[in-house]
Design a protein around this ligand. Sequence first.
Ligand code: ADP
Ligand code: MG
Length: 456
Amino acid sequence: MNVEELNALDILDRITDGFFALDYAWNFTYVNEEATKLLFRNREGLVGKNVWDEFPEAIELPFYEMYNHAIKQQVPVTFDSYFPPLRTWFDVRAYPSPNGLSVFFQDITEKKEAVLQSEQHYKSLFEHHPDAVFSFDLEGNYLSVNKGMEELLGYSEEEYKKLSYIPLVSEDSLEITNAHFNKAANGETQNYETKALHKNGHVVHVCVANIPIIVNEKIVGVYGIAKDITKQKQAEEMLIRSEKLSVVGELSASIAHEIRNPLTSLKGFLQLMKSTGTEVPAYFDIMTDEISRIESITGELLLHAKPQAHRFNYENVKEITEHVLVLLGSQALMNNVEVVTDVDTIPPFKCIGNQIKQVLINVIKNAIESMPNGGELVVQVKHRENKVCIQVRDTGCGIPEEFLDEVGLPFYTTKEKGTGLGMMTTMRIVETHGGEFRISSKVNVGTDIEINLPIT
Ligand code: ADP
Ligand code: MG
């Protein structure tokens, strides 16, 4: 060895990497200090010996193949490999040299274990995630699934790996699912609801997130996370159904209420005629009208069952009002209520006649009922510019201020036999006519109701 070679060896001895040199017969020609430590062997035991005799386990590992490759192709090679006999991960760089091979290596066990541990972390997140977690290639073929996914749709991991998501999506949801998947495959994370098919055929409602898998700045696939929301969906449907039922209940109560009014007057007139023994032609007209009102209410029930537009017609509001006053006159009389009316003749007014009649009945009846011991009822129907103004004032019990907002809410009633639907219906009718409804009241002074309906 010349001086230069000695100097070089000296340097190699002091570098922090392990280093050894091999000749073409795979014999060690040099081993540095660090290498003896890393391999747990002394220099004398290695130099002159064949590397594959000394470390036969390495033949089955990347070492053998990579060193051969470096020598045959005369190219440097780098690789990581675990070496079980030493329980060590090595990072190896081997360079062909004029005499054979120069090999530098490092112990990277700690680093590697840290990486493996964090991989383990992710793997554990994947495997033990309570939701279904899965990954796809860019065509939507399953690459991996966790236990949650096996449970969600009933297939095993092996079965999934032979499938794409397409046969597992309910047909009516496939288009939207494809659209979301494609967006995710183009880099946009997606959140959506869809319907999947369980292996045994039933539909599973799922809430899905699709997340692009990005490796080295390239999208290589799509992650999926799915949650079973079937129970939630069923609960929602039940809620909607029960809401519908309560609307039906409300409707029947209000219809019963509306039928009761004309029935009461029919009964009243019949009793009157029976007791007096006379037939009054005017009563027959009113009775006929009341019967047709009942008819139209039951007709309305059918309309609700099969929704249709209400018919707006040109009606005579004065006539309607007078009709209502005749209807409720007897009740007013019984309550000792003095009725003052001021009704303009109004040109034919476009409205739903039966509904306007219902409004007047509801409001006037409430006024009369608020004065069980008598009082004054003022009913005004005025023609003002392009409006019909209906005003009903009573000197009754009034409504406490804190309850004013409650009036008109379904079932708000202070009466023993009230339905609490009259004012709600009234407000709705005024609304469908594009009108305004106002109520003001003072306890023990009276209530003032004003309804303005636009003339169109
Ligand atoms: P009901 O008459 O069946 O109680 P309504 O919807 O017609 O239902 O009225 C709701 C409630 O509003 C009544 O119970 C009553 O407390 C109050 N109310 C409505 N109009 C008047 C009025 N003119 N005077 C006093 N209270 C009224
Ligand atoms: Mg009422």
